[in-house]
Design a protein around this ligand. Structure first.
Ligand code: FES
Length: 154
């Protein structure tokens, strides 16, 4: 191997490594995590109403997915904590939601207050029965959720 061909080979290797170093993080950013479960549609008992104090969000899992119950004076809502931007798990910040990945923020009712997310956090169907909160399928009918979000729940 001549010195010239060795240098071309070396430059080629570095070029491929440099391109891979740029493309891989971009693809990881664009591809949502496979965080959303398919085990949906069943009704689960989330617990006694006393487990969900008024005026604050209570964390729980629904079908192995992170969710939060909101009790507003005896009116219960169960929010998915899967961010509608790219699928990270949002955190609770006071009575609202904040996504650690790209900074989206959601109001106490799940509405977007700060992007990049544009769609609200969906809620699960829920109802009170015999002193317990029953949680059913997620309700994706209020917005045009992306295919990856909707698809995982059908
Ligand atoms: S995943 Fe991007 S803001 Fe939540």
């Amino acid at each position: 191997m001549t010195r010239s061909s060795f240098l071309k080979w070396l430059i080629g290797i570095f070029g491929v490594a440099a391109v891979a170093g740029v493309v891989y993080p971009v693809l990881r950013f664009l591809k949502p995590p496979a965080a959303v479960s398919s085990a949906i549609g069943q009704v689960v008992n989330a617990g006694a109403l006393g487990s969900f104090p008024a005026g604050r969000l209570t964390l729980l899992t629904v079908h192995d997915q992170p969710a939060a119950v909101q009790n507003l004076n005896g009116k219960y809502a169960v929010y998915s904590l899967i961010c509608t931007h790219l699928g990270c798990v949002t955190g609770i910040s006071g009575d609202s939601f904040t996504c650690p990945c790209h900074g989206s923020e959601f109001s106490p009712t799940g509405a977007v207050t700060h992007g990049p997310a544009t769609l609200p956090l969906p809620t699960y169907h829920s109802q009170v029965q015999n002193g317990s909160l029953l949680v059913g399928p997620i309700d994706l009918s209020h917005a045009a959720y992306p295919t990856w979000y909707k698809g995982e729940f059908t």
